[in-house]
Design a protein around this ligand. Structure first.
Ligand SMILES: Cc1cc2nc3c(=O)[nH]c(=O)nc-3n(C[C@H](O)[C@H](O)[C@H](O)COP(=O)(O)OP(=O)(O)OC[C@H]3O[C@@H](n4cnc5c(N)ncnc54)[C@H](O)[C@@H]3O)c2cc1C
Length: 419
């Protein structure tokens, strides 16, 4: 019998990996988490969704968010191409619960808090340790190869949870990445200091400001008078005059009067960042001895700030599924099919809304004007209450927008399911 170094190896110390590791360790499982960077480290993805609260609360961290002093986010607003703002959508008007106030986070601090939690509850966290390959034996995954400053070594466990983010170790090694057929965008972003903030409750709001050519700006107020500002749009639109990110950014500011006015008093600082490979899902969520979570499993266009929520939630679901499988002594892929099925359902609801957002003939205000009954469901989706039936909502949305067919992949490997 193989010697194991742990019951579970987690690759990646972002929100998905740190959550999975913390919750497994809390259940008394032996967990080793490998993180290639030394924390704190920079990361994009700063605007949280209200339902992040539930996983943070389970981790014992909801109170810590306000102690650290992250910017409170009470609302989101949409701004038209000609610069007119919608009425902010306040989460507390929809429901009365602590989660109706969420946060804008500096990810270096937020991710550090999560990783510290994993350590506190007993996960062994190894920073500056990169998983470079997956070990397999007899058709099942049995651990990982690790590269660290002291050299390379092998680490063995009956279950490996890949939470390596957009690097997606398993998707890359196993060629499991499937790009979303239509959501092929790129993003360019940077930071400003001293830019305009709205007042009072709106000071921490996320603003989504439309651009021509199916694009949008995000405007996310952070602490220390910093604002994160980014553009997401079609590649052909953004690169139509060249690829210099600073020039692209400056040019597009002129295409939305609200953004121009808000950035005018501010000063840009630091570098311009870009990313492509926009939306994808893995062919499979699991194989024997392997489970995928967070961006390592699926990534969706961030227009509704769903990424960190899905990372936390999938980390939580992965921990529960893994604990159940360890308890049953069956770490075969089929044990994780329910996990993949449920996660896909939630992602599909969000994905349908993202498709609607990019459809020229769709508008939220028109939808709720004609179908007032779906307002509650729509809001539930937007705050992250995703895991339930949304048929009435999407039947109404489909009157305005062409919705995507559900993707057929993302579940456990079929060999496992048929065995
Ligand atoms: C342009 C853009 C804007 C976004 N805006 C938002 C937003 O406003 N709100 C929101 O909620 N989401 C947003 N997101 C999405 C969000 O960033 C991600 O969904 C979220 O960070 C996913 O968390 P994760 O834990 O899965 O991955 P990550 O946070 O990426 O963590 C993965 C970790 O794994 C480590 N790692 C990678 N490979 C290895 C390896 N081989 N070995 C060891 N460690 C490894 C990495 O160093 C990293 O720390 C945005 C994304 C993009 C691209």
């Amino acid at each position: 019998m193989d010697r194991n170094d742990a019951e579970a190896i987690v690759i990646g110390g972002g929100p998905a990996g740190a959550t999975a590791a913390a919750l497994l360790a809390e259940k008394g499982r032996e967990v080793v988490l490998l993180e290639k960077c030394k924390f704190p480290r920079y990361h994009i993805g700063e605007s949280l969704m209200p339902f992040c609260w539930h996983t943070l609360e389970r981790l014992g961290l909801a109170g810590r968010m306000d102690e650290i002093g992250f910017t409170q986010k009470h609302s989101v607003q949409f701004v038209t191409e000609d610069g007119r703002g919608s009425r902010p959508f306040y989460f507390f008007q929809h429901y009365d619960h602590p989660s109706s106030t969420t946060w804008q986070v500096e990810r270096d601090k937020f991710d550090q808090m999560l990783l510290d939690r994993a350590r506190e509850v007993g996960a062994e966290v190894r920073e500056e340790s990169t998983a470079t390959g997956l070990l397999s034996k007899g058709g099942r995954f049995v651990g990982v190869e690790v590269s660290a400053s002291g050299g390379s070594y092998e680490l063995r466990a009956p279950l490996t949870i890949d939470a390596s983010g957009r690097d997606s170790l398993a998707q890359t090694k196993l060629k499991w990445r499937r790009r979303d057929p239509k959501l092929n965008k790129i993003a360019v972003w940077t930071y400003y200091r001293g830019a305009k903030r709205d007042e009072g409750l709106d000071a921490g709001a996320t603003t989504v400001a439309y651009l021509p050519g199916k694009g949008w700006f995000w405007y996310i107020p952070l602490n220390d008078d910093v604002v994160s500002v980014g553009i997401v749009a079609e590649r052909e639109y953004l690169y139509r005059e060249g690829r210099d990110p600073a020039e692209i950014f400056e040019r597009e500011i002129g295409n939305n009067a609200w953004i121009a006015e808000h950035l005018e008093p501010g000063q840009q600082f630091g570098r311009y960042w870009t990313t492509g490979e926009y939306s994808y899902r893995s062919e499979y969520c699991a194989a024997d001895g392997l489970l995928l979570a967070g961006d390592a499993y699926a990534f969706l266009d961030p227009v509704f700030s769903s990424g960190v929520f899905l990372a936390l939630k999938s980390g939580e679901m992965a921990a529960d599924a893994a604990d159940g499988a360890l308890e049953a002594g069956d770490l075969g892929a089929a044990s994780f099919d329910g996990y993949g099925r449920k996660l896909c359902e939630g992602i599909e609801a969000m994905r349908a809304l993202v498709y609607a957002f990019y459809d020229k003939s769709f508008s939220f205000s028109q939808l709720v004007k004609e179908f007032p009954d779906v307002r509650g469901d729509l809001t539930d989706c937007l705050i992250g209450d995703l895991f339930r039936d949304f048929d009435p909502l999407f039947s109404a949305v489909s009157k305005f927008a062409e919705l995507p067919a559900k993707l057929s992949y993302g579940r456990a490997t079929p060999e496992a399911l048929s065995s």
